[in-house]
Design a protein around this ligand. Structure first.
Ligand SMILES: [Zn+2]
Ligand SMILES: [Zn+2]
Length: 134
């Protein structure tokens, strides 16, 4: 599926070819602190299927508890997280942040990771009071 997107301020724009079956959310504590939210929503995409159309993201190097380094790319102007990748041999995969994609409504998560650190209100979210706008 062809998608395109941008950071919130619009200075960084991209397009990608993604498989909707590879959309996931991650409840790990690193994703919680980097997103400032309860979980990360992402889709894994081959490096060759991802193109930056404009702008230049900034990189934050994250080191995991196990010592692995990942490159976390974000917009230096508006701070939107855009994608991340790990140092690996062979072809790279980018974990694209789905909230930046124009087609995000069609990219429903198919799997969840690090459920052991998920917030305990996730399963009751549908029962909380909703407002159509702020
Ligand atoms: Zn931006
Ligand atoms: Zn995570």
């Amino acid at each position: 599926m062809k998608i395109d997107g941008s950071c919130h301020c619009g200075s960084i724009r991209y397009e990608a070819e993604v498989d909707p079956a590879r959309v996931y959310i991650c409840h790990c504590t690193d994703c919680q602190s980097i997103t400032g939210s309860a979980f990360r929503w992402a889709v894994s995409v081959a490096e060759d299927d991802f193109t930056i159309l404009s702008g230049k993201p900034k990189t934050y190097l994250k080191t995991s508890d196990g010592g692995a380094t990942s490159h976390q790319l974000f917009c230096p102007d508006c701070a939107s997280p855009l994608y991340a990748y790990s140092e690996t041999e062979g072809p790279r995969f980018f974990n694209l942040r789905v909230g930046t994609a124009r087609q995000r409504a069609d990219l429903t998560p198919k799997s969840q990771y690090w459920c052991r650190s998920s917030q305990n209100w996730i399963d009751i979210l549908g029962a909380t009071k909703g407002h159509d706008t702020q």
